[in-house]
Design a protein around this ligand. Structure first.
Ligand SMILES: [Zn+2]
Length: 147
């Protein structure tokens, strides 16, 4: 069984990203710029694509312990509604973004950016507009969150 783990948010070291395996399923952290008389913590449980259909939850909490408890309760009820397709689509979107960024970092154009609709992937494969998405799915989806 896959356990939830937490990692410091690289962009906000006072916050944590919550992972289910390689998929980021939410975060917990202190709220910014709120009065001291209100809840100082916030949490969010969800990821895209399920969040697009309203399958997510979030709110405020009085402290880290409270935020973790509220996140855990939300996870308990939401987890069963997340499908294998949700996780697959998340991984594809992550791979697609990483692939595009790698192409541009290497100075390569996407087939959609060339006159003839063709390009060469950094892995060496010839790709065209029609086959671009299939190529990323076949060759560049990983189970790592650090692609
Ligand atoms: Zn490739």
């Amino acid at each position: 069984m896959i356990e939830l783990t937490r990692r410091r948010d690289p962009h906000r070291p006072d916050r944590w990203k919550i992972y289910f395996g390689d998929v980021c399923v939410g975060d917990i952290g202190p709220r910014a710029g709120v009065p001291t008389t209100v809840d100082q913590w916030e949490w969010y449980c969800g990821f895209v694509p399920p969040a697009r259909r309203g399958v997510d939850a979030g709110g405020t909490a009085i402290d880290l312990h409270d935020a973790r408890k509220k996140f855990a309760d939300a996870w308990q009820s939401l987890q069963t509604t997340f499908t294998d397709d949700d996780f697959a689509e998340y991984r594809y979107a992550r791979a697609w973004t990483a692939w595009k960024e790698r192409m541009w970092k290497d100075g390569r154009k996407l087939p959609t950016q060339t006159q003839n609709g063709r390009s060469r992937c950094f892995c060496g494969s010839e790709i065209d507009i029609r086959g671009m998405a299939a190529h990323v799915r076949a060759a560049h989806i990983t189970e790592s969150a650090n692609v």
